[in-house]
Design a binder for this molecule. Structure first.
Ligand code: ZN
Length: 392
């Protein structure tokens, strides 16, 4: 078993829970002292055991968006050395900061995932996460450098360049999105290139996908496939590790997980710049604390659906409300629509009606194309727009 941080990743549960309690107490003291928003709400709260966590207030994505840009930071800006943006509720902006210590810790957490996937100093790792995921790419870069792998940090957008890079640079590991991995597998097939002629042995996908897609990527690229998942506001990568047994372990020395009404709630235990107390991730999940054959002791998490109407397509996060906002500026204003998403295709199905047709006649442009262009220009989404019969 390839365990990067053996001390923390396999810490016996009683010791781990003691560490969590101490870190939680230190976190509360820090929040009271350094973040105005928490000063009053935490004033009289004391934590004697982890069970007391349930009495502490939640932090929501709305809180974080309301505090934009720096309202929840626990450190002055001059001590923040990295800033990343994230998309908040209804597409509102959020900003995530890191101190020097945060980045050091991030590199260790990313390295845990890479090591668990069997990556070593002998690997050549290509990180191709797409422009919209620069933050995640930078996290993998930190981790890959820490395990002393050779990193290709270029991100060829075009499949031809990607192919040339795989043939010439001979990376053994590709860190990418499920969509890009599937596009690439298809590209090899169309050009009748044997994936075995490449040197890939492992693909690390940015998101948890179902077994069929794992299998398509594995056979299409002739490589073993691992997934990971993270959350931009918490840490991506770094929240959890997919182990040799195919289980997602939360890195519990750093993140204290709970499930509240089916939703994953995370408290960051050691983060300096932007500590989050009981952050509601809007991700449905289940949590099990049981032994795993890999030896890691962090809780096993099974991620489920998003609980808000948030979607991700080709690394772009967007909300249903943003689509509605764009449609409001087009002939489809006020019409009901549905977002249909697969790994490789985004379709906005808009219910047609008589006034939409009337509008169409007066509109200079083809309305379908017009809406597609608006979605591309405003949200960066390459979507196909279809008009469908209204559902009764
Ligand atoms: Zn495991």
């Amino acid at each position: 078993m390839n365990i990067f941080d053996r001390r923390y990743e396999t810490m016996p549960r009683p010791e781990l829970e003691q560490l969590q309690l101490e870190r939680l107490q230190a976190l509360l003291a820090r929040l009271r002292r350094k973040v105005r928003r928490y000063r009053e709400s935490l004033a009289d709260l004391r934590v004697e055991s982890l069970d007391d966590l349930a009495r502490l207030p939640f932090t929501t994505p709305e809180t974080l968006a309301d505090a934009f840009p720096y309202g929840l930071f626990a450190f002055p800006l001059r001590e923040i050395i990295r800033l990343h943006s994230a998309v908040g509720p209804e597409g509102r902006p959020m900003v995530i900061g890191h101190t020097r210590n945060d980045l050091t810790q991030w590199s260790r957490l990313a390295a845990r995932q890479l090591a668990a996937a069997g990556m070593t100093a002998n690997d050549v790792i290509q990180i191709a996460r797409g422009r919209a995921a620069a933050a995640a790419a930078s996290g993998y870069l930190l981790g890959a450098e820490l395990i002393e792998a050779s990193v290709i940090a270029e991100d060829p957008l075009h499949l031809d360049y990607q192919l040339a890079m795989l043939q010439n640079y001979r990376p053994t590991v590709l860190i990418t999105t499920p969509t890009h991995a599937l596009d690439f597998a298809r590209c090899l097939e169309q050009r009748r290139i044997d994936p075995q002629s490449l040197h890939l042995r492992s693909v690390l996908l940015s998101r948890n996908v179902n077994p069929q897609i794992r299998e398509q990527v594995a056979s299409g690229l002739f490589a073993s496939v691992r997934c990971t998942f993270g959350l931009g506001e918490i840490l991506d990568p770094g929240l959890c590790v997919e182990c040799e047994a195919g289980q997602f372990h939360i890195n519990e020395d750093q993140f204290l997980p709970e499930i509240c009404d089916g939703e994953l709630v995370i408290t960051t235990l050691a983060r300096e710049a932007l500590p989050l107390l009981r952050y509601r991730t809007r991700l449905a999940a289940s949590l099990r604390r049981e032994k795993c054959i890999c030896g890691r002791t962090g809780a096993l998490v099974e991620p489920g659906q998003r609980l808000d109407r948030q979607f991700r397509f080709r690394e772009i996060t967007f909300y249903e409300a943003q689509i509605a906002h764009v449609l409001a500026q087009t002939p489809a204003a006020g019409h009901r629509f549905e977002v249909q998403l697969t790994e490789t295709q985004l379709t906005i199905a808009i219910e047609i009606s008589q006034d939409l047709f009337a509008n169409t006649l007066t509109s200079a442009e083809n309305p379908r194309r017009q809406i597609e262009l608006e979605l591309l220009a405003r949200l960066g989404l390459e979507a196909e727009v279809r008009f469908v019969e209204p559902k009764r």
